[in-house]
Design a protein around this ligand. Structure first.
Ligand code: PLP
Length: 374
């Protein structure tokens, strides 16, 4: 298989564990093991203590799958398939769905594997560009206008990384209906779902819109458990899930057994887990908004509607690549330049999920002062 380097992951490989403050991480600050275990109900606690470290069930622990199914409207455990992270789910799904001669439409800028794996599978990919002057909104008419007879899938990441875009319920329904009418499968990457801001309700999950549509989920982002590497596909199309399971036999076979039990604990206590994430991300969103309002000579943004990231545009006299390089070298704070998404705008991704966000922002402010940037 020929596949281009994952630019964002290569950038993180260089910097993630070498800097003092990650001001661009997409996940929410991970749970401490002891705090998570303290949430376990007696049954899950007993499973944890008696866990044997053998292989686990290839489709995923049945109790975990039942909890995942509970995130959707009327899905059953067998409508879910557990993977090692959303990344593995994307890899298997797009390889099963797409091949030479197929066409896919994928939102962009975005998480590279959503379009790169599609391309590596042999599909012709149309990037559906989200544009800042439109508030990064999905343009359903333009998107549907790019359908061809060979279009097999539309891949939409919403809430969106890196912009924080969330379609309106009407846009989402319209896209779902257009896909259904054209026999095109909607693949919804919803890894930031349940982190909606400013009182917005979550959109109906993709898997709940149509029996052929697929939702991609993970415990890394809204659930703040990236280290578990537990992700999933959810869909009523069990034949599709079976084909993905057959490909997973060649990647990881099954998820890590301890992660599955810890994931079960987290999903059973999801109100507590999600409340903690919101209590971190919400105030950080306000801080960033105030920071940008106070420093128009630095950057401005379309305020994210959901998720744990945002995508401010730097002032024209600053260059995003050079600024991020100078910031990390001089002040130990990491921002992610938009070039890692292949995006030509002068943007940086900001992550709102870390507890050291206020300190990182102070460092950024001191750096701007030192460089006389207003
Ligand atoms: C939109 C999107 N999908 C999938 C993933 C992959 O999630 P994970 O690394 O937990 O597998 C990410 C991670 O940043 C993401 O932003």
């Amino acid at each position: 298989m020929q596949i281009a380097d994952f630019a964002l992951e290569r950038y993180f490989a260089r910097w993630e564990f070498a800097v003092e403050h990650l001001l661009c991480a997409s996940d929410v600050e991970g749970w401490r093991m002891a705090d998570l275990l303290a949430l376990a109900d007696p049954e899950a606690r007993a499973r944890w203590e008696s866990l044997r470290l053998g292989y686990s069930e290839a489709p995923g622990d049945p109790l975990l799958r039942a909890e995942i199914a509970g995130l959707y409207d009327g899905l059953e455990a067998d409508d879910t398939l557990v993977f090692s992270g959303a990344e593995e789910a994307i890899f298997c799904l797009l390889n099963v769905l797409l091949g030479p001669g197929d066409h896919a439409v994928v939102t962009w800028p975005g998480y590279q594997s959503l379009h790169e794996v599609a391309r590596a599978a042999g599909a012709d990919v149309t990037l559906h560009e989200l544009r800042e002057p439109d508030g990064w909104a999905l343009d359903v008419e333009r998107l549907v206008g790019s359908f061809r007879p060979a279009t097999r899938a539309v891949v939409v990441n919403a809430p969106h990384n890196p912009t924080g875009m969330l379609p309106s319920p009407a846009e989402w329904q319209a896209l779902g209906e257009a896909c259904r009418a054209s026999g095109v499968r909607l693949v919804a990457d919803e890894v930031y779902r349940l982190l909606e801001h400013d009182g917005r309700a979550p959109l109906p999950a993709g898997a709940d819109l149509d029996p052929t549509f697929v939702s991609i989920g993970v415990l890394s982002k809204s659930f703040a458990l990236a280290g578990l590497r537990i992700g999933w596909l959810a869909s009523r199309d069990r034949d599709l899930l079976a084909r993905c399971a057959a490909l997973k036999d060649y990647t990881t076979i099954c998820a890590a057994a301890p992660s599955e039990v810890l994931g079960l604990i987290a999903l059973r206590a999801r109100d507590v887990v999600l409340a903690r994430s919101r209590a971190i991300v919400g105030p950080n969103l306000e801080r960033m908004d105030a920071f940008l309002a106070a420093r128009p000579g630095f950057a401005s943004w379309v305020r994210p509607a959901a998720g744990s990231v945002g995508f401010p545009r730097l002032a024209p006299d600053l260059d995003a690549d050079r600024f991020a390089a100078d910031l990390v070298e001089a002040s130990g704070v990491l921002l992610l330049p938009g070039s890692t998404f292949g995006h030509p705008g002068n943007h940086v991704r900001v992550g709102l999920g870390r507890e050291d966000f206020p300190v990182a922002l102070e460092r950024l402010a001191a750096h701007l002062d030192a460089r006389a940037i207003a």
